[in-house]
Design a protein around this ligand. Structure first.
Ligand SMILES: [Zn+2]
Ligand SMILES: [Zn+2]
Length: 638
């Protein structure tokens, strides 16, 4: 008998050689039915795996993220089998999972077209309906290579794999594929799936190799989850910031600089509104602001460690017979500013912010609108303090961070804490002090968080902030990173109470991360309908006829005196056409004025997204708009 430890710590006995499936049955019929795979002593395995010795076991179902991933990967096999049955010449290359789906790279001369997806899916449904078991067969590397002779792709996969045991999986009637596994027990356990797209992909991502066809699919636990996902995808397409950015004339990209955004006048109004707000909050939280150069010499980047660890992502230049790099991060420059004078414990904590323009090279295949650019402005700051100030500083950063997120209408966030990795610098003592300070600060703010054990940087633990947008997509924005390395590399010191020189604790933190990316997120979250305080144009005044031009101009003057961004539409168009056109520009307010409004010093207010309109006194409108701007209200109702 083998002693089997379950996730809740309880122990059951199982017959020697009992499979994970049998153990699931022993635990309960419901679990056995839902079971997709198992984790035995931290190894993911098929349900059919026999357990020979005492072990801990967790039965994996589709409710587990990893269970969903195994199901998606199994769908990649089902799709491969379907494609091979429709195109017997297809050669399979590689079929991993990706976020929210899977793909299979296929070598086939005849192109697979979107019009083929339906019949591939129909074939897949047949395979699922047949509920064929995934059966694992193991052999040695040499045997596997012999079996795969002539199949360059799968032989290559064997050559790239580690270990001497290779495994093949067959599903019932002859379809077989080299794979490490694990898979769902049988094809009938696949959830709801859909083929999404097909694209060209070079073998090994190498342009000198053959172009393969990469067929993407997705799978979810059930039809409803798949439908929800497809709806979200449709909605995301409508909100694509690249499309809206063009439509509203906010920014552009040009082949002259791939991955470098050009911000247009309207985009700069959003940008500057964020900067102004950001500065105000930082002022309130006692930050100073600096600006450091974007080009600094090679010696500095050697000292900071970037030359050795980050070189692939950096841009370089050379002049006056010396090598320089364009900064990918602001920290080294911040350290140089720190070092320009002596520091005492009395001036700690020292909070130094920088809206730093950084350049990081990204492969051309991954740059994506404002989300992934090669140049961006980071809302950076470095806090220098003593170890016993860490906790209070972290609390301060958390408060500042949430204040900023809430102003943009993001109330739904989650926090992750990453702790000491195996490879780290700094004593266990300082790691304990720092990690405990982070935990205490989170506890103090009553924040639930997820711990990523061992996931911190080698130089210190960190906290990440994630927000959720209206499509329930999660975005990592802010980060608080403790650093025990850089103060040493730059020999930063301060004079402590006992008159000795000590290295300060350095905290790196960013709230929005990248301004460019954040603006992209805002555009998609609001579908271009920016909150009033961020709208490039807040109010448009529309005249019913030219008789009201003077009054319209007077209204414009008053709004401008109150720093409300506005313009007049005095064109000869019919009022209906003017309103329709202004709608497409997604302005928060339209003020329609005619002789009646002029006589009563009032305006007819139309609110974005609403059919009704309301006539109110002009001074009342101004007062209300100013209040909403000052409070950063999202609600536009008058
Ligand atoms: Zn597989
Ligand atoms: Zn930094």
């Amino acid at each position: 008998m083998a002693k089997i430890t379950l996730p809740d710590g309880s122990i059951i006995e199982a017959a020697d050689g009992a499979t994970a499936k049998q153990i699931a049955e022993q635990i309960g019929a419901g679990l056995a039915k839902a079971a997709l795979a198992a984790k035995i002593n931290d190894n993911l395995v098929d349900l059919a795996t026999p357990i020979k010795t005492d072990a801990s076991i967790q039965i994996i179902t589709a409710k587990d993220e990893i269970g969903l991933e195994i199901m998606r990967h199994s769908c990649a096999h089902i799709m491969a089998e379907a494609i091979c049955s429709l195109w017997p010449n297809a050669k399979l290359v590689y079929g991993p999972t990706v976020e929210e789906g899977f793909y299979y790279d296929i070598d086939l001369d005849e192109p697979i077209r979107p019009t083929d997806f339906e019949r591939i899916e129909a074939k897949m449904s047949e395979i699922v309906k047949a509920d064929k078991p995934f059966i694992r067969k193991e052999m040695t590397r040499a045997e596997a290579l012999k079996k795969l002779a002539g199949d360059i792709y799968k032989s290559d996969n064997v050559n790239r794999a580690t270990g001497d045991i290779m495994s093949f999986y067959s599903s019932g009637d002859g379809f077989e594929d080299l794979c490490r596994g694990p898979h769902i027990p049988s094809t009938g356990k696949a959830g709801a799936f859909k083929i999404m797209s097909v694209a060209g992909a070079y073998w090994h991502g190498d342009p000198s190799q053959k172009m393969l066809q990469r067929v993407y699919g997705t799978a979810f636990r059930n039809r409803k989850e798949l439908d929800d996902f497809l709806t979200r995808l449709e909605e995301a397409k409508k909100r694509d910031h690249r499309v809206i950015g063009k439509q509203l004339d906010l920014f552009s990209f040009n082949d002259a600089g791939p991955g470098f955004a050009f911000m247009h006048p309207k985009g700069m109004i959003i940008w500057n509104s964020i900067v102004e707000f950001w500065r105000g909050v930082h002022n309130k939280f006692d930050y100073e602001e600096i600006k450091t150069p974007i080009i600094l010499n090679k010696e500095l980047w050697h000292k900071s460690g970037h030359w050795d660890h980050y070189k692939e992502n950096m841009y370089f230049t050379r002049f006056d017979d010396a090598d320089y790099a364009i900064k990918p991060m602001n920290c080294p420059g911040g350290c140089l500013v720190y070092k320009t004078r002596k520091h005492s414990y009395r001036e700690f904590p020292l909070r130094v912010a920088e809206l730093g323009l950084v350049h990081r090279h990204e492969a051309s295949g991954v740059i994506h609108g404002l989300f992934r650019v090669r140049q961006f402005t980071q809302d950076d700051a470095h806090i220098f303090c003593t170890p016993d100030q860490i906790e209070a500083e972290i609390i301060g950063v958390i408060e500042l961070t949430f204040e900023i997120y809430r102003a943009f209408g993001f109330d739904d966030f989650h926090v992750e804490l990453s702790t000491k990795p195996e490879n780290h610098i700094g004593s266990d003592e300082i790691w304990d002090i720092a990690t405990n300070a982070l935990k205490k600060a989170l506890a103090h703010k009553k924040i639930d968080y997820k711990i990523n054990e061992g996931d911190g940087a080698f130089y210190g633990p960190k906290i990440d902030f994630h927000i959720q947008d209206c499509l329930k997509r999660s975005w990592q924005l802010g980060t608080i990173q403790l650093d025990f390395s850089m103060p040493q590399r730059f020999e930063l010191v301060y004079t402590d109470k006992d008159n000795t020189e000590k290295a300060p604790v350095m905290i790196h933190r960013a709230v929005l991360g990248s301004f460019e990316r954040f603006i992209g997120i805002l555009i998609e979250h609001y579908a271009g309908e920016m909150p009033l305080w961020l709208s490039p144009e807040q109010v448009r005044i529309l005249t019913i006829s030219e008789k009201s031009n003077d009054y319209a101009k007077a209204v414009e003057k008053i709004l401008k005196e109150n720093k409300i961004r506005c313009s007049c539409d005095l064109s000869d168009e019919k009022i209906g056409a003017k309103i329709a056109f202004t709608h497409t520009e997604k302005l928060p307010y339209m003020l329609v004025v005619g002789p009646k409004e002029a006589q009563t010093e009032s305006v007819n207010v139309r609110i974005r997204g609403q059919q009704q309109n309301k006539t109110i006194k002009l001074d009342e409108f101004v007062k209300m708009a100013l209040q909403k701007i000052a409070d950063k209200q999202i609600d536009l109702n008058v």
